[in-house]
Design a protein around this ligand. Structure first.
Ligand SMILES: [Ca+2]
Length: 397
Protein backbone atom coordinates (compact mmCIF):
# COMPACT_ATOMS: atom_id res chain seq x y z
CA UNK A 1 0.00 0.00 0.00
CA UNK A 2 1.21 3.47 -0.77
CA UNK A 3 0.72 5.63 2.24
CA UNK A 4 1.64 9.11 3.18
CA UNK A 5 3.63 7.55 6.01
CA UNK A 6 5.84 5.79 3.52
CA UNK A 7 6.96 9.04 1.99
CA UNK A 8 8.66 10.05 5.19
CA UNK A 9 11.38 7.66 4.26
CA UNK A 10 12.52 9.80 1.40
CA UNK A 11 14.00 13.12 2.13
CA UNK A 12 15.21 15.14 -0.78
CA UNK A 13 13.75 15.19 -4.26
CA UNK A 14 15.77 14.98 -7.39
CA UNK A 15 14.08 17.46 -9.64
CA UNK A 16 13.77 16.21 -13.16
CA UNK A 17 14.04 18.33 -16.19
CA UNK A 18 10.66 17.60 -17.72
CA UNK A 19 10.36 17.37 -21.44
CA UNK A 20 7.60 19.81 -22.26
CA UNK A 21 8.16 20.34 -25.96
CA UNK A 22 5.27 20.14 -28.45
CA UNK A 23 5.98 16.49 -29.31
CA UNK A 24 5.89 15.44 -25.66
CA UNK A 25 2.66 17.39 -25.11
CA UNK A 26 0.83 15.83 -28.04
CA UNK A 27 1.87 12.31 -27.10
CA UNK A 28 0.68 12.96 -23.54
CA UNK A 29 -2.65 14.23 -24.85
CA UNK A 30 -3.17 11.23 -27.07
CA UNK A 31 -2.29 8.93 -24.19
CA UNK A 32 -4.92 10.62 -22.01
CA UNK A 33 -7.46 10.43 -24.85
CA UNK A 34 -6.76 6.69 -24.99
CA UNK A 35 -7.40 6.41 -21.25
CA UNK A 36 -10.76 8.17 -21.65
CA UNK A 37 -11.73 5.52 -24.24
CA UNK A 38 -10.60 2.70 -21.97
CA UNK A 39 -12.65 4.15 -19.12
CA UNK A 40 -15.74 4.20 -21.35
CA UNK A 41 -15.03 0.59 -22.31
CA UNK A 42 -15.19 -0.51 -18.66
CA UNK A 43 -18.54 1.17 -18.10
CA UNK A 44 -17.64 4.72 -17.12
CA UNK A 45 -19.88 7.31 -18.77
CA UNK A 46 -18.32 9.52 -21.40
CA UNK A 47 -19.14 12.65 -19.43
CA UNK A 48 -17.50 11.31 -16.26
CA UNK A 49 -14.42 10.20 -18.25
CA UNK A 50 -14.16 13.71 -19.75
CA UNK A 51 -14.57 15.48 -16.42
CA UNK A 52 -12.03 13.22 -14.69
CA UNK A 53 -9.42 13.22 -17.45
CA UNK A 54 -9.47 16.82 -18.60
CA UNK A 55 -5.72 17.36 -18.33
CA UNK A 56 -3.54 18.54 -21.21
CA UNK A 57 -0.24 18.22 -19.36
CA UNK A 58 1.26 15.87 -16.82
CA UNK A 59 0.81 16.78 -13.17
CA UNK A 60 4.33 18.03 -12.46
CA UNK A 61 4.12 17.62 -8.71
CA UNK A 62 3.27 13.95 -9.19
CA UNK A 63 6.14 13.48 -11.64
CA UNK A 64 8.53 15.08 -9.19
CA UNK A 65 7.32 13.01 -6.22
CA UNK A 66 7.44 9.79 -8.22
CA UNK A 67 11.12 10.44 -8.94
CA UNK A 68 12.17 11.10 -5.37
CA UNK A 69 15.22 9.09 -4.43
CA UNK A 70 15.88 8.38 -0.79
CA UNK A 71 19.04 10.37 -0.14
CA UNK A 72 19.75 9.09 3.30
CA UNK A 73 17.77 6.43 5.04
CA UNK A 74 15.64 7.93 7.77
CA UNK A 75 16.74 6.58 11.13
CA UNK A 76 14.20 4.29 12.68
CA UNK A 77 13.95 6.42 15.84
CA UNK A 78 13.24 9.56 13.79
CA UNK A 79 10.54 7.71 11.87
CA UNK A 80 8.92 6.46 15.07
CA UNK A 81 9.46 9.74 16.90
CA UNK A 82 7.42 11.51 14.25
CA UNK A 83 4.65 8.92 13.95
CA UNK A 84 4.21 7.96 17.59
CA UNK A 85 4.49 11.22 19.52
CA UNK A 86 2.44 12.24 22.56
CA UNK A 87 0.11 14.29 20.38
CA UNK A 88 -0.81 11.34 18.19
CA UNK A 89 -1.35 9.19 21.28
CA UNK A 90 -3.62 11.80 22.91
CA UNK A 91 -5.53 12.44 19.67
CA UNK A 92 -5.91 8.71 19.13
CA UNK A 93 -7.35 8.15 22.58
CA UNK A 94 -9.88 10.94 21.97
CA UNK A 95 -10.81 9.54 18.55
CA UNK A 96 -11.17 6.04 19.99
CA UNK A 97 -13.62 7.39 22.53
CA UNK A 98 -15.58 9.26 19.91
CA UNK A 99 -15.82 6.20 17.64
CA UNK A 100 -15.91 3.56 20.35
CA UNK A 101 -19.09 1.86 19.14
CA UNK A 102 -17.79 1.46 15.58
CA UNK A 103 -14.35 0.28 16.70
CA UNK A 104 -15.84 -2.32 19.03
CA UNK A 105 -18.19 -3.51 16.28
CA UNK A 106 -15.24 -3.89 13.86
CA UNK A 107 -13.23 -5.72 16.51
CA UNK A 108 -16.18 -8.02 17.16
CA UNK A 109 -16.80 -8.81 13.50
CA UNK A 110 -13.22 -9.24 12.26
CA UNK A 111 -11.38 -10.20 15.45
CA UNK A 112 -8.89 -7.36 14.93
CA UNK A 113 -7.88 -5.44 18.04
CA UNK A 114 -9.52 -2.00 17.94
CA UNK A 115 -6.33 -0.24 19.06
CA UNK A 116 -4.56 -1.54 15.97
CA UNK A 117 -7.37 -0.34 13.68
CA UNK A 118 -7.15 3.11 15.27
CA UNK A 119 -3.34 3.07 15.03
CA UNK A 120 -3.45 2.47 11.27
CA UNK A 121 -5.85 5.39 10.96
CA UNK A 122 -3.51 7.57 13.03
CA UNK A 123 -0.35 6.66 11.14
CA UNK A 124 -1.91 6.80 7.67
CA UNK A 125 -3.76 10.13 7.89
CA UNK A 126 -3.46 11.49 11.44
CA UNK A 127 -7.06 10.30 12.02
CA UNK A 128 -8.40 11.77 8.79
CA UNK A 129 -6.60 15.13 8.95
CA UNK A 130 -4.04 14.48 6.20
CA UNK A 131 -5.58 12.44 3.42
CA UNK A 132 -3.52 13.96 0.61
CA UNK A 133 -4.47 16.56 -2.00
CA UNK A 134 -3.46 15.00 -5.33
CA UNK A 135 -6.47 14.59 -7.65
CA UNK A 136 -6.26 10.86 -8.33
CA UNK A 137 -7.40 10.77 -11.98
CA UNK A 138 -4.76 13.35 -12.91
CA UNK A 139 -2.06 11.72 -10.78
CA UNK A 140 -2.76 8.22 -12.09
CA UNK A 141 -3.06 9.39 -15.71
CA UNK A 142 0.26 11.18 -15.34
CA UNK A 143 1.94 8.06 -13.98
CA UNK A 144 0.37 5.86 -16.67
CA UNK A 145 1.31 8.12 -19.56
CA UNK A 146 4.83 8.54 -18.30
CA UNK A 147 5.27 4.96 -19.52
CA UNK A 148 7.61 2.46 -17.97
CA UNK A 149 7.27 -0.90 -16.35
CA UNK A 150 4.54 0.11 -13.92
CA UNK A 151 2.26 1.83 -16.44
CA UNK A 152 -0.23 -1.09 -16.56
CA UNK A 153 -0.49 -1.00 -12.76
CA UNK A 154 -1.25 2.72 -12.70
CA UNK A 155 -3.80 2.34 -15.50
CA UNK A 156 -5.57 -0.39 -13.53
CA UNK A 157 -5.71 1.88 -10.47
CA UNK A 158 -7.07 4.75 -12.56
CA UNK A 159 -9.86 2.64 -14.05
CA UNK A 160 -10.69 1.20 -10.61
CA UNK A 161 -10.95 4.74 -9.18
CA UNK A 162 -13.29 5.88 -11.94
CA UNK A 163 -15.47 2.81 -11.51
CA UNK A 164 -15.98 3.68 -7.84
CA UNK A 165 -17.41 7.01 -8.95
CA UNK A 166 -19.43 5.41 -11.76
CA UNK A 167 -20.98 3.00 -9.25
CA UNK A 168 -22.13 5.90 -7.09
CA UNK A 169 -19.91 5.16 -4.10
CA UNK A 170 -18.07 8.47 -4.28
CA UNK A 171 -18.32 11.83 -5.95
CA UNK A 172 -15.48 12.55 -8.38
CA UNK A 173 -14.23 15.41 -6.19
CA UNK A 174 -13.54 12.95 -3.37
CA UNK A 175 -10.82 11.16 -5.35
CA UNK A 176 -8.03 13.03 -3.63
CA UNK A 177 -5.06 11.40 -1.99
CA UNK A 178 -1.37 10.67 -2.27
CA UNK A 179 0.50 11.07 -5.56
CA UNK A 180 0.55 7.26 -5.82
CA UNK A 181 -3.20 6.79 -5.57
CA UNK A 182 -3.76 5.93 -1.90
CA UNK A 183 -6.73 7.83 -0.56
CA UNK A 184 -9.40 8.07 2.11
CA UNK A 185 -9.21 7.88 5.90
CA UNK A 186 -6.96 4.82 5.85
CA UNK A 187 -5.34 5.25 2.41
CA UNK A 188 -6.51 2.33 0.31
CA UNK A 189 -5.45 2.29 -3.33
CA UNK A 190 -8.45 1.99 -5.69
CA UNK A 191 -7.97 -1.72 -6.50
CA UNK A 192 -7.81 -2.55 -2.78
CA UNK A 193 -10.87 -0.39 -2.24
CA UNK A 194 -12.71 -2.34 -4.93
CA UNK A 195 -11.67 -5.64 -3.41
CA UNK A 196 -11.96 -5.05 0.34
CA UNK A 197 -14.03 -1.97 1.18
CA UNK A 198 -17.16 -2.66 3.19
CA UNK A 199 -20.25 -0.58 3.88
CA UNK A 200 -19.97 -0.53 7.66
CA UNK A 201 -22.45 2.29 8.28
CA UNK A 202 -25.08 0.57 6.16
CA UNK A 203 -26.02 3.50 3.92
CA UNK A 204 -25.53 1.46 0.76
CA UNK A 205 -22.35 3.24 -0.35
CA UNK A 206 -18.69 2.41 0.07
CA UNK A 207 -17.32 5.73 1.22
CA UNK A 208 -13.90 5.45 2.85
CA UNK A 209 -13.35 9.18 2.46
CA UNK A 210 -16.12 10.72 4.55
CA UNK A 211 -17.53 7.74 6.45
CA UNK A 212 -15.28 6.87 9.39
CA UNK A 213 -17.26 3.65 10.03
CA UNK A 214 -16.77 2.50 6.41
CA UNK A 215 -13.03 3.26 6.64
CA UNK A 216 -12.43 1.59 10.00
CA UNK A 217 -14.56 -1.45 9.13
CA UNK A 218 -12.74 -1.82 5.80
CA UNK A 219 -9.35 -1.57 7.50
CA UNK A 220 -10.33 -4.34 9.93
CA UNK A 221 -11.48 -6.39 6.95
CA UNK A 222 -8.13 -5.78 5.26
CA UNK A 223 -6.15 -6.94 8.30
CA UNK A 224 -8.32 -10.01 8.72
CA UNK A 225 -7.78 -10.94 5.07
CA UNK A 226 -4.05 -10.36 5.53
CA UNK A 227 -4.01 -13.10 8.16
CA UNK A 228 -4.88 -11.38 11.44
CA UNK A 229 -6.09 -13.74 14.16
CA UNK A 230 -7.08 -12.77 17.68
CA UNK A 231 -3.93 -12.45 19.75
CA UNK A 232 -0.66 -10.57 20.25
CA UNK A 233 1.17 -8.56 17.57
CA UNK A 234 4.42 -7.47 19.23
CA UNK A 235 6.19 -7.52 22.59
CA UNK A 236 9.25 -5.55 23.57
CA UNK A 237 12.12 -7.74 24.78
CA UNK A 238 15.67 -7.49 26.04
CA UNK A 239 18.45 -9.47 24.41
CA UNK A 240 21.58 -10.45 26.38
CA UNK A 241 24.60 -8.13 25.97
CA UNK A 242 26.54 -8.98 22.81
CA UNK A 243 23.67 -11.08 21.40
CA UNK A 244 24.62 -12.60 18.04
CA UNK A 245 21.86 -15.16 17.59
CA UNK A 246 19.17 -15.26 14.89
CA UNK A 247 16.95 -12.31 14.12
CA UNK A 248 14.56 -11.23 11.40
CA UNK A 249 10.81 -10.98 11.01
CA UNK A 250 10.48 -14.27 9.18
CA UNK A 251 12.84 -16.37 11.33
CA UNK A 252 10.21 -17.54 13.75
CA UNK A 253 10.75 -19.64 16.85
CA UNK A 254 8.61 -20.42 19.88
CA UNK A 255 8.75 -18.08 22.84
CA UNK A 256 10.28 -20.91 24.88
CA UNK A 257 13.15 -21.21 22.43
CA UNK A 258 13.75 -17.46 22.52
CA UNK A 259 13.81 -17.74 26.30
CA UNK A 260 16.47 -20.44 25.87
CA UNK A 261 18.63 -17.86 24.09
CA UNK A 262 18.52 -15.57 27.09
CA UNK A 263 15.82 -13.23 25.82
CA UNK A 264 13.33 -11.85 28.35
CA UNK A 265 10.42 -9.43 28.25
CA UNK A 266 11.50 -5.80 28.48
CA UNK A 267 10.02 -5.64 31.99
CA UNK A 268 12.17 -8.65 32.94
CA UNK A 269 9.29 -11.15 32.77
CA UNK A 270 9.88 -14.67 31.47
CA UNK A 271 8.95 -15.75 27.95
CA UNK A 272 7.22 -19.10 27.66
CA UNK A 273 4.90 -21.03 25.42
CA UNK A 274 4.56 -22.36 21.93
CA UNK A 275 3.51 -19.12 20.21
CA UNK A 276 5.93 -18.37 17.38
CA UNK A 277 7.58 -15.03 16.81
CA UNK A 278 10.49 -13.41 14.96
CA UNK A 279 13.04 -11.14 16.62
CA UNK A 280 13.45 -7.59 15.31
CA UNK A 281 16.48 -5.54 16.33
CA UNK A 282 15.90 -2.41 14.24
CA UNK A 283 18.87 -0.55 15.75
CA UNK A 284 21.05 -3.54 16.55
CA UNK A 285 21.44 -5.49 19.77
CA UNK A 286 22.05 -2.32 21.82
CA UNK A 287 18.65 -0.84 21.01
CA UNK A 288 15.17 -2.07 21.89
CA UNK A 289 14.26 -5.55 20.65
CA UNK A 290 10.86 -6.87 19.63
CA UNK A 291 9.30 -10.27 19.20
CA UNK A 292 6.77 -10.00 16.40
CA UNK A 293 3.94 -12.43 15.73
CA UNK A 294 1.91 -13.34 12.66
CA UNK A 295 -0.37 -10.37 13.32
CA UNK A 296 2.61 -8.08 12.84
CA UNK A 297 2.85 -9.46 9.31
CA UNK A 298 -0.78 -8.48 8.69
CA UNK A 299 0.16 -4.89 9.56
CA UNK A 300 3.29 -5.21 7.40
CA UNK A 301 1.06 -6.27 4.50
CA UNK A 302 -0.60 -2.85 4.68
CA UNK A 303 2.66 -1.07 3.82
CA UNK A 304 5.73 -3.18 3.24
CA UNK A 305 8.17 -1.59 5.66
CA UNK A 306 9.14 -3.01 9.02
CA UNK A 307 9.48 0.48 10.50
CA UNK A 308 5.89 1.17 9.43
CA UNK A 309 4.59 -1.98 11.10
CA UNK A 310 6.64 -1.13 14.18
CA UNK A 311 5.12 2.37 14.32
CA UNK A 312 1.55 1.05 14.00
CA UNK A 313 2.20 -1.70 16.56
CA UNK A 314 3.69 0.72 19.06
CA UNK A 315 0.99 3.35 18.58
CA UNK A 316 -1.60 0.60 19.18
CA UNK A 317 0.15 -0.31 22.43
CA UNK A 318 0.28 3.32 23.50
CA UNK A 319 -3.43 3.76 22.70
CA UNK A 320 -4.11 0.71 24.86
CA UNK A 321 -2.34 2.40 27.77
CA UNK A 322 1.08 0.75 27.62
CA UNK A 323 4.21 2.88 28.14
CA UNK A 324 6.90 3.87 25.63
CA UNK A 325 9.74 1.47 24.90
CA UNK A 326 11.71 0.58 28.01
CA UNK A 327 15.05 0.35 26.21
CA UNK A 328 16.03 3.70 24.72
CA UNK A 329 17.27 3.96 21.14
CA UNK A 330 21.08 3.84 20.98
CA UNK A 331 21.65 7.53 20.26
CA UNK A 332 22.66 10.66 22.14
CA UNK A 333 20.59 12.76 19.73
CA UNK A 334 16.98 11.54 20.02
CA UNK A 335 14.13 12.34 17.66
CA UNK A 336 11.84 15.35 17.97
CA UNK A 337 8.08 15.13 18.26
CA UNK A 338 5.95 16.99 15.72
CA UNK A 339 5.44 19.84 18.21
CA UNK A 340 9.21 20.16 18.69
CA UNK A 341 9.85 20.01 14.93
CA UNK A 342 7.48 22.94 14.54
CA UNK A 343 9.32 24.76 17.30
CA UNK A 344 12.67 23.99 15.63
CA UNK A 345 11.42 25.59 12.40
CA UNK A 346 10.31 28.69 14.31
CA UNK A 347 13.77 28.92 15.87
CA UNK A 348 15.37 28.67 12.42
CA UNK A 349 13.05 31.36 11.02
CA UNK A 350 13.83 33.61 13.99
CA UNK A 351 17.51 33.30 13.04
CA UNK A 352 16.82 34.42 9.50
CA UNK A 353 16.77 31.12 7.63
CA UNK A 354 14.25 31.19 4.78
CA UNK A 355 12.38 27.94 5.04
CA UNK A 356 8.89 29.23 4.25
CA UNK A 357 6.21 28.80 6.88
CA UNK A 358 6.74 26.65 9.93
CA UNK A 359 4.48 23.63 9.40
CA UNK A 360 6.32 20.90 11.28
CA UNK A 361 7.15 19.13 8.01
CA UNK A 362 10.84 18.74 7.43
CA UNK A 363 11.42 19.29 3.72
CA UNK A 364 14.59 20.00 1.74
CA UNK A 365 14.70 23.71 2.69
CA UNK A 366 14.46 22.94 6.40
CA UNK A 367 17.18 20.31 6.09
CA UNK A 368 19.53 22.75 4.40
CA UNK A 369 18.84 25.32 7.14
CA UNK A 370 19.42 22.74 9.88
CA UNK A 371 22.75 21.75 8.31
CA UNK A 372 23.85 25.39 8.22
CA UNK A 373 22.76 25.99 11.79
CA UNK A 374 24.65 22.87 12.83
CA UNK A 375 27.82 24.18 11.15
CA UNK A 376 27.47 27.51 12.92
CA UNK A 377 27.07 25.71 16.23
CA UNK A 378 30.24 23.72 15.56
CA UNK A 379 28.37 20.47 14.99
CA UNK A 380 28.70 18.10 12.04
CA UNK A 381 26.11 19.15 9.42
CA UNK A 382 23.53 16.37 9.20
CA UNK A 383 20.39 18.29 8.23
CA UNK A 384 18.49 16.08 10.64
CA UNK A 385 15.87 17.48 13.01
CA UNK A 386 17.27 16.08 16.25
CA UNK A 387 17.40 17.06 19.90
CA UNK A 388 20.97 18.42 19.77
CA UNK A 389 20.39 21.17 17.23
CA UNK A 390 17.06 21.93 18.91
CA UNK A 391 18.85 22.46 22.22
CA UNK A 392 21.69 24.39 20.54
CA UNK A 393 19.16 26.86 19.13
CA UNK A 394 17.62 27.34 22.56
CA UNK A 395 14.55 25.12 22.18
CA UNK A 396 12.49 24.63 25.30
CA UNK A 397 12.44 21.11 26.70
CA1 LIG B 1 -21.35 3.41 3.78
Amino acid sequence: MYSSAMHLRSSVAIVLALSTGPAAASSFESCVAGLREQAVNVGVSRSLASRALDLAQPDEKVLRLSQVQPETKTRVWDYLGFLVDEQRVADGRAMMQKHERVLRAAEQRFGVDRHVIAAIWGVETDYGREMGDSFLPHALATLTCQGGRRAPFWRGELLAALRLVARGDLELEKLKGSWAGAFGQTQFIPSTYQRLAIDFDGDGRLDLVTSVPDALGSTANYLRRAGWRKGAWMIEVKVPPGYRGPSGRTKRMTLSRWAGRGIVRADGGRLAGAARAGLLLPAGAKGPGFLVFRNFDAIYAYNHHEAYALAVSHLADRLAGFPSFRTPWPTDDPALSRADRLQLQKLLIARGYSIGEADGKIGPATRVAIAEAEKKAGMPPTGRPGRKIYDALGGKP
